[in-house]
Design a protein around this ligand. Structure first.
Ligand code: FES
Length: 568
């Protein structure tokens, strides 16, 4: 028996399949489709346009381009909405809803008739959520990303969200910028459709998606408003039809080798710390575990090649003009698994053998003459973080890499905002700022709060960086000597919960260590309080199922191989 195609797939259950198909066609015809169109293969298009998502505001036009590609290849494009996660519009934080979006995406791919799906996303959590859902559904799938914003100008200076947001806000806090000026800057930081203009989480995940082979070659860095972005949309529609015919599923693309390639690219682009979480969660859906010690091996053997903000001077539009992610992949070629399949059906080796354009070496450095000899991210382990923590060495001050300091502890985000600028706060530039209860199990849902502000009195005195430690995340657009994702987190009773003001903490990036210099018997005497379990709704599901950062903060029951001993 031949496999049903298009609308004949996955019939609604009435106990009479012929009736179900007849009824489905009848209702589909009410939308004005001809019988011929309804007999075509169906390409589902997951649409994440939302009035709450500025980064996706061009999706109506982009999705028209995808549909054009599908129609040109003889398919029927059908859009469907899923949750959209606009990074700055969600409370308490977008990460909390990534898994909800992944569930939505997975279930709608599985429940609705489609021969392949185009996942149109971009803003930080949307791409990982769509990839997680698509892997679990395991229908032929291709991702299309929003593309980055273009930069704007203020007093002749280029501005791009969101490294410059933070840079100017830090100057405003230090009293270097007037209120009138910060309002002008606010109006010029994000001026076009698309995702943040630097190598933040969205740009990192777009690059990771290209390295995994899940988007069309050369499309990660095309600016959102460039005509090439629409051409990429059309080409993605065409490619989805090829996928529908070949039946190539994500499990054949997202393999252990492909995940390792993605980690290499993450290091070479100086990518966001958030990508470690997301890639871990994506891999977990495919039954692949990322060991943070292996991440260190990859980091130590992969140089940083891309000179973008927050670590360098350039923006994503410059990476596009410089040759895009393809230029990075070609440099990394000796380090990559070249037999990995991409969504086109080609191997990475075939892709990289195609003729390439010129490369701007001010943006993408050669492997033989890299920007930095080793990757931007490292995992730290030690008595403060037995399950690991993440440190972005490429965005930090090396003078702070080997150091011990006195802990100045904030018990929660509320405590932080209440006291950080208190003129009486007992703090010096040599102290370590510690934030507790901002991890995955906390009620705050692991926000991007790891970039603790420099206390106002120190900022005004010219202090630019301090060691900051938390179980929170950090925006990919931020920078500083910041230890993140401390695992286990404080809310699940990890050692971080037992740190008190005045404790000594030792950081050694060289040794990959973060240690709390307090005897275990003293720590055991210190009480810790677990947060209450929410009574209902998604918050309850989240609290009951959320895994720690070293498992990508996925829900245990959504992993291909759930942990038999849940972490929290
Ligand atoms: Fe959407 Fe930065 S706010 S990518």
């Amino acid at each position: 028996m031949t496999e049903p195609v298009g609308l004949a797939k996955g019939l609604t259950n009435y106990g009479d399949p012929d009736f179900a198909l007849y009824l489905r066609r009848s209702f589909a015809r009410s939308m004005g489709y001809s019988s011929d169109m309804l007999a075509c293969p169906v390409i589902g298009i997951a649409d994440t346009y939302s009035g709450y998502n500025n980064c996706h505001r061009h999706f109506p036009e982009l999705i028209e381009a995808v549909k054009r590609g599908v129609l040109a290849m003889g398919g029927l494009p059908l859009t469907f909405p899923t949750i959209s996660l606009g990074e700055v519009f969600l409370n308490p934080t977008s990460l909390m809803f990534r898994n909800l979006m992944a569930i939505d995406t997975e279930e709608m791919i599985r429940a609705q008739p489609m021969d392949a799906v185009v996942l149109v996303g971009g803003c930080d959590k949307t791409v990982p959520a769509q990839l997680m859902g698509a892997i679990s559904a395991n229908r032929p799938a291709i991702q299309l990303v929003a593309g980055p914003m273009m930069t704007a100008r203020w007093h002749g200076e280029r501005l791009g969200a969101c490294t410059d947001c933070r840079r100017f806000w830090a100057r405003y806090r230090a009293g270097e910028i007037e209120p009138k000026e910060i309002r002008e800057i606010e109006g010029n930081l994000a001026t076009t459709a698309g995702t943040c203009a630097v190598m933040g989480t969205a740009s990192t995940m777009a690059s990771v998606a290209e390295a995994l082979g899940m988007i069309l070659p050369g499309t990660a860095a095309i600016p959102a408003v460039h005509a090439d972005r629409l051409r990429a949309g059309e080409a993605t529609g065409r490619a989805a039809m090829q996928l529908a015919r070949s039946g190539l599923t994500p499990d054949r693309i997202i393999t252990a080798d492909a995940v390792e390639n993605a980690l290499r690219v993450l290091m070479a682009i100086g990518g966001s710390t958030n990508a470690v979480l997301h890639l871990t969660a994506i891999a977990g859906r495919a039954g692949i575990d990322i060991d943070l010690r292996h991440l260190n091996e990859i980091s130590d053997s992969t140089p940083v090649l891309v000179d973008l903000k927050p670590t360098g001077p350039h923006y994503m539009e410059d990476l596009f003009a410089a040759g895009g992610v393809g230029a990075v992949l070609r440099e990394l070629r000796p380090l990559l698994h070249l037999d990995c399949l991409t969504v086109t059906g080609e191997t990475l080796s075939q892709r990289l053998s195609a003729p390439a354009g010129p490369v701007d070496r001010s943006v993408v450095k050669p492997l033989a003459d890299p920007l930095q000899p080793a990757g931007g991210l490292v995992a730290l382990f030690g008595s403060l973080a037995p399950g690991g923590a993440i440190f972005k060495r490429s965005a930090a001050d090396p003078k702070l890499f080997e150091k011990d300091g006195r802990a100045v502890v904030f018990a929660s985000l509320e405590d932080l905002s209440a006291r950080i600028d208190d003129p009486d706060l007992d703090v010096t530039p040599d102290d370590f700022l510690v934030l507790q209860n901002a991890g995955p199990v906390s009620a705050s849902g692991m926000p991007e709060a790891g970039y603790l502000p420099i206390p106002a009195k120190l900022a005004r005195a010219g202090v630019k960086d301090m060691v900051r430690i938390s179980d929170a995340r950090m925006s990919g657009t931020a920078y500083g000597s910041i230890v993140l994702h401390v695992t286990p987190d404080a809310a699940s009773g990890g050692p971080l919960a037992r740190v008190r003001n005045g404790d000594r903490i030792r950081l050694s990036v060289k040794e990959r260590r973060i240690d709390l210099l307090v005897p275990p018997e003293e720590l055991a005497r210190r009480p810790v309080a677990a947060p209450p379990i929410p009574e209902r709704g998604y918050a309850r599901l989240y609290r009951n199922e959320i895994l720690q950062a070293d498992r990508g903060c996925d829900f245990n029951f959504l992993r291909k191989h759930p942990l038999t001993v849940p972490q929290s």
